[in-house]
Write a new protein. Sequence first.
Length: 284
Amino acid sequence: MKKKWWLLGSCLALVAVILGTVTLTQFRKTNVQTAPATHNRVPQEDVSATEVTVKKPEPWITLKHPLKLPILMYHSVATGNQLRVPKKQVVAELTYLEKHHYETLTTAQAIRALTTNTVPQKKVVWITLDDAYKDNQKILPTLKKYHQHVTINAITGFTHKANHLSLAQMKALKATGRVDFASHTVQHLNLNSLSAAQQRQELVNSKRWLDHELNQDTQMLCYPAGRANKTTHRLAKQAGYKLALTTQEGFAQMSEGRYNLSRLRIAPGMTTATFADLIQVTNS
């Protein structure tokens, strides 16, 4: 009887050993199949490190003939006199430029175009607004909508006046990327009636203020009422301006002299058809 129990116990022990061995083997196989590889791994593509192809800007076109640049002259965006153009009209004119594929230049682009006789595309225009009136802000939504640009010629001594842009408003406009600022002197005096010393003070102090307050290198001067003389031209160059604008009627051309450039006055009540004819120019 004892021998039978001994045999039965031996059989059960053998079965247990066999079952344990099978289970351990299966466990090892399972772990080998599911465990992540720790060597010879092909690294996954790092999406964040993938190069993004950035489209390069188109090269500027070199013209065969001297550039004739339409520089538009506005003042207040309002009604009341010949220096005020209603918002509705200005928006219609900006819309025309958009629909007819005009590039609206920045000051830097205008300087480049005039001094190198090149353009980013055939149809270009430079929009300027004199005096920096508060109502110039009215056209900002349109500028943003059409990705257009304007240059405001600021009278730096007028930023505290009720109808003119404050420094904070100027900074906010510049931050949009749709507006840049140039000099319209400090006190908006007729430069050709001042002494050389007085002219220098108006030109230098205005540029210094704009450079400091707007963190820029102001390179364009717009003469108050368009009045200047040869002394003004010389002092403008000495002060560091690259170009200067008058109120003379016509397309800007370097043959006039870079400190004596003409503009096209936009009058209130002008039809869009008249506006289209006014800015029409062939550059090649």
